[in-house]
Design a protein around this ligand. Structure first.
Ligand code: ZN
Length: 292
């Protein structure tokens, strides 16, 4: 009698276990993607230098947060939007438009329309171009304000183990729009990445004069590797081991400049280029950086 009871109980438990596991599998199969993004490994920071042709667009993913710096030119709209949609993102916690040139904000309107942008940043400068107007229209339609980014901005919080430092712009007016590009250092654990937009020599000089710690393992080479940026003094101070150049194949500007490449080589910087390598994804575990 007791034996029989135990057998029945055992059978019941087995059936219950099968039922629970099938329900769980069913849930996994059919549950909508409730994650706000696809950050899989919570102990890593990923930096995607997205191949958007001749322009910039960089996505940083860390601690389940997404930060997008620039949105590339409209000519390569599909490249950017397809790349982002393949990542299944819904929310961009932070979006930064470095400066109002088309190769950086060409698809900003689409990004703002398509994603749940929590905070938008750009330097305090305007433009009358169509790309800029469309960006502002989209911001208005989403009730997003523009947070001014400048030296000392400390409201970008990427969570545990990270630090975001903004070194520029530190003047109210620059003759060249490129120079409004914020120079930003993002640290994750012991590793560090410097983002420069299209900032040129004048800005590099200004930052060097402040003697702040701009050292970084990875340098986003300024202004698509143009001769206008990446002076030897700046490069020496950043002292990166990796340099990423965001640049289009056979571009009419002859970017990157031979002299810039030489300076990078002379300083023993390993160079990745989006025109040759496609999208460059660097992964940091807080102590070392690897290319995916
Ligand atoms: Zn540019």
């Amino acid at each position: 009698m007791i034996k029989n009871y135990l057998r029945k109980k055992y059978l019941f438990l087995v059936l219950l276990a099968i039922l629970i596991s099938s329900l769980t599998i069913g849930c996994n199969l059919f549950a909508p993607n409730s994650n706000k993004n696809t950050q899989i490994d919570s102990n890593k920071m990923l930096v995607h230098y997205i191949d958007v042709g001749q322009g910039d667009s960089i996505l940083i993913q860390v601690n389940n947060k997404n930060l997008l710096i620039d949105a590339g030119p409209n000519s390569d709209k599909k490249k950017l939007l397809n790349y982002l949609s393949a990542l299944n993102l819904e929310t961009l916690d932070y979006v930064i438009a470095t400066h109002p040139h088309e190769d950086h904000i060409g698809n900003m309107d689409n990004v703002i329309n398509d994603y749940n942008v929590l905070a938008f940043y750009s330097p305090k400068v305007q433009s009358t171009t169509k790309a800029f107007e469309k960006m502002v229209e989209s911001l208005k339609s989403k009730n997003l304000k523009i947070n001014v980014i400048k030296k000392g901005t400390d409201s970008i919080d990427l969570g545990e183990n990270t630090k975001v430092t903004v070194f520029s712009p530190n003047k109210d007016y620059y003759e060249d729009l490129n120079n409004y590009s914020p120079v930003i250092k993002i640290e994750y654990g012991k590793t560090s990445f410097l983002f420069t937009g299209d900032a040129q020599k004048d800005v590099e000089k200004e930052i060097l004069a402040t003697n702040e710690d701009i050292s970084a393992d990875v340098l986003k080479v300024g202004h698509h590797g143009s001769s206008t940026s990446t002076t030897n003094d700046f490069l020496k101070k950043v002292n990166p081991s990796l340099g990423v150049i965001s640049v289009g194949q056979d571009n009419t500007y002859n970017h990157p400049n031979d002299g810039t490449i030489k300076r990078l080589n002379d300083n023993k910087v390993t160079i990745y280029r989006t025109d040759k390598d496609g999208t460059v994804i660097l992964s940091s575990d807080g102590s070392k950086i690897t290319k995916k």
